[in-house]
Every structure is written in C-alpha cells, then in structure tokens.
Design a protein around this ligand. Structure first.
Ligand code: FE2
Length: 492
C-alpha cells in the first residue's frame, strides 16, 4: 500500500443540498473521472448510508442529497475520508440523519465535477424486507462482468422493489485496479441506484491489506479485523443481518466466532440472517478443503445456539439449498444453508465423491450445477437440463412471519442468439412464531488488536484440530474416488 493522505472532515466542510422541490434536479456537470460509486448499508438502515467513489487525482469530498418527495432534510456527515490507495484516490462519506422510508437522489464529487445521479431508499421501519442475493462473479474481462450485471438486472426485473442486494463475495478474480474498474463499469448503474451489502470473498484482495475495506464504506466500529475483509451487522425490517468475513484465519478466527455469537445474541429481531463467502455445505470444487468445511464445526454451533434462520454463502459456484440443519443433522427447527450460485460465468460441476463424505446427501434439498445443468432430484444427480446453464440469483422476501425465497437462472441462451429466459430453480417458504427471540447480550461488541492476538492460539488450534481429527480421515477415504473422477471426468 502506498503512502496514505487522509482528510477527515466534518459537517461544515461538506456541501449538502436540502431540496424543497418534488423532484430534485442537480445541475448537469458529470465527469467520467468519478468511478466505482457505491451506496452501502452502514449501521442504521433507516437513517444512514455509506458512499464510496474513486478519482485519479486528489479531490475534495462533496455530496449532494435530496429527498424525491421534497421532504426537508437535516442530513449529517458522520465521516469523510480521502486516501491514496494503489495509485488512485478513495473517497468515502457516511450520511446520517436521513428520514426513514424515503427515496433520495444524490451525487458525489468535488463540488464542481460530479458523478451521475443515483438513488437509494431507506428502511421504513415496517416488518417487511425484500432483498436479492448474488455471488462469485469473479470475472477478469468486461464481457464476463457484464454477464454478472445482466444476471443482477434480471433479478431486479423480478424484484424491482428490493431494499438492497448482497454480493456474497469474489467480486473480481485477481482484485487489481483493472478488474475493479471493469467491475465498476459493468455494475455502475445498479450500484449507483441500489443499496449494496458487500461480503468479503477470498478473491477480493486477499493478501493485499484493505482492498475490500477500501472499496466500500461500511460500519467497521465493531469489526474484528479488516486486513482482508470486514464483518458487520445491521437491521432491516424485522430481520437482523450478520455479515461475516471468512478470510479470517483460514475461514474464521476465534475472535470473530465470539463476535458472531455476541452479535446474534444482541438482537430480538424475529429473523436472523447471515451472509458470508465460504460455505460449510457444498458439493463444489472447494468443498473438499478444510477451511470452508471447518465452518461446519464451531460456526455452525454458533448458528445452532443463536437460532439463525438462513445462512447465505458463495465460493463454490453452484446453487445448493440444504434442509434445516441443527448439530449437522436434519432438524425441522434448524438453519437453512443456501449456496447462492454464481451470477457469472465461472461455474463448477458436482463433486459426487463429496456426497455422503463431507456433504450428507440426505441434507440436500436442492442442488443445481450451472456448469453442465445437472441437478439433484432428491435421489440422485443424474437429471440434467440445459436451462440450468446460466447466471444464478435469488430473490428473498420477509413479510412478518413468512420468509419466501425464489432462486433463478438467467439462461446463457441470450449470449448465443437466443431469447432472454429466466428459469425458477427453487422455491422455499419458512413461517415462524414471532416474538421468540430475546436479546441476551448487551453492550459493545468490539475486539481489540490485543484480544485478537490473544485468541490466535485458539483460532489456530480450532483449524488444526478440525483438519487432523475430522477432515483428514475423510479426505484419505475419498482419494480413490477423487482420482477416478479426475481420470473419468477431469473433475476433482
Ligand atoms: Fe471464493
């Protein structure tokens, strides 16, 4: 990382436009110099948003915000940063004191040169929330990024009123400036006009400290550590969302395990949803390694103890939904794990040698390989449909006591001269008793550097003991089947 120049300013240094007109119209002076504009969830979803953008030269931080219904605003800026990072300038601002349930227009810039306008809407405080989940675009070229963006646009056509969308990690492949610029180019319109909930993937700058952190304005006030990702949480509707960083000590550190348990126990919201990149339950290429699989051990126990309803993950580039799991066994009161598929082009075949090894087949409700179209029909994996080959997305609605998920595939046919077509590959509905969750943890949930270092011994011990005691004996047993799979299908 290059030298950092940081400018932290306060409210007075920021130009805020309070619009009294019904439809605010900012004077047109847009510049292509402003790139990578995103609006992210940042703390209170009804009053606060984070904004990030990049410029090639050092410029002032300015933002203009107006409510589309003409509401008078008293927006505050709680933080404002400009840093040189990897040859460009990262700009972040956090706007607070927004009004709940309002749609806003905004633009960012230096006070003279501005981005194109964007929009976002704050949580209105009712017990409903709609959101979209995608994962693993992991592209390196513009056409591949556009495939991912097309998948997300298809999701918004089905759910135009989505409150936010989550990208479950691996935004890019090699995480360099070129790829992030291509990502931003393909997703620019969506990212300027929707609230994003980003999740750190292992391709999002792993090994280059702060890449992920420097791409998005997130609430890091309680984040365990942010060298290779950020963990955070927020409420939306009657749901609590916990976002984990699975780049932390192989997958998750002892410190973050404790943070997750405290966070999940600090809410009395009716629904508890987790977003993280690596998936503990999968049949994909990376489901044979102990990092992600170790999440079945200590982290799944946290989810069991904290009544987590649904866990969304990526990393393994296929769609898979488990039955409800508690203690690594089926239990009707357990947690549902969703492997959200890839919105992009890089897709994995089923590793059948993993079924009943690390991934008990009787825990799989639905599995779809976007690479070759094979799907699990409840008995075997030999069923196949070419309509399963394409980009995957999920639309989720929570309305009071009911959560509904629909997963879809945008067929690749549209890239081969065919019609644009979307296929529904999964539908799930969960209903639950409301008012059963109690907040049993109070106070701050922060981890000092010393606490993190102090817990490193336990973090390493957890991973090593899982690897040697649980993972390795099973891995040795599946080696012959893995070799056969490689010889017969070139899949291992
Ligand atoms: Fe990944």
């Amino acid at each position: 990382m290059k030298n950092i120049k940081k400018v932290t300013s306060i409210i007075l240094s920021v130009l805020l436009v309070v619009s009294l007109t019904v439809v605010p119209a900012f004077a047109q002076s847009t510049t292509s110099e402003i790139t990578r504009t995103t609006v992210t969830v940042n703390g209170d979803a009804s009053t606060t948003r984070g904004f990030t953008w990049y410029t090639k030269t050092e410029t002032k931080n300015r933002i203009q915000i107006a409510a589309t219904d003409g509401s008078e605003l008293d927006v505050k800026i709680s933080s404002s940063e400009c840093e040189e990072f990897e040859g460009s300038y990262m700009h972040k601002m956090v706007a607070t004191n927004l009004l709940p349930g309002k749609t806003y227009t905004y633009r960012v810039g230096d006070g003279t040169n501005w981005s194109e306008e964007g929009t976002f809407t704050t949580d209105n405080g009712d017990d409903k929330v709609n959101f979209i989940a995608i994962a693993d675009v992991q592209a390196g070229s513009l056409d591949r990024f556009k495939m991912g963006a097309n998948t997300l646009m298809a999701a918004y056509e089905i759910m135009p009123d989505a409150d936010f969308y989550t990208n479950l990690g691996d935004f890019t492949d090699d995480s360099d400036n070129k790829e992030w610029d291509l990502y931003a180019q393909a997703f620019d319109d969506i990212n300027r006009n929707n609230t994003l909930v980003p999740v750190a993937g292992n391709h999002d700058g792993f090994g280059v400290w702060h890449w992920f952190d420097n791409m998005f304005a997130l609430d890091k006030s309680e984040s365990v550590q942010n060298l290779n990702g950020v963990n955070y949480s927020y409420d939306y509707g009657n749901a609590h969302f916990t976002v984990l960083n699975t780049n932390d000590m192989g997958a998750i550190s002892q410190a973050q395990l404790e943070w997750a348990e405290n966070d999940l126990n600090s809410t009395d919201k009716d629904w508890k949803i987790v977003f993280m990149h690596k998936s503990p339950y999968s049949l994909g290429k990376d489901a044979k390694w102990p990092d992600a699989l170790s999440l079945q051990d200590k982290l799944a126990t946290v989810f069991d103890n904290c009544n987590v309803d649904v866990v969304f993950s990526g990393h393994d580039h296929m769609y898979l939904r488990t039955k409800t799991i508690y203690g690594n066994e089926y239990n009707e009161d357990g947690t549902t794990y969703i492997l959200a598929g890839t919105a992009g082009k890089k897709r994995y075949e089923f590793r059948q040698f993993l079924a009943d090894a690390y991934m008990p087949t009787d825990l799989i409700e639905v599995a779809v390989s976007q690479e070759d179209g094979y799907y699990f029909n409840g008995r075997d994996f030999s069923s196949c449909s070419t309509k399963n080959i394409g980009g995957c997305f999920s639309c989720i609605s929570i309305d009071g006591d009911t959560l509904t998920l629909n997963a879809y595939i945008l067929s690749d046919d549209m890239y081969k001269g065919g019609e644009k077509s979307v296929k529904n590959i999964d539908t799930m509905t969960i209903t639950k008793e409301l008012g059963e969750n109690e907040a049993t943890y109070e106070g701050e949930n922060t981890t000092s550097v010393w606490d993190y270092i102090k817990d490193l011994g336990a973090s390493i011990s957890n991973l090593v003991s899982y690897t040697l005691v649980t993972w390795l004996p099973t891995f040795i047993k599946i080696i012959p089947a893995m070799i056969y799979s490689y010889i017969a299908y070139h899949v291992f």
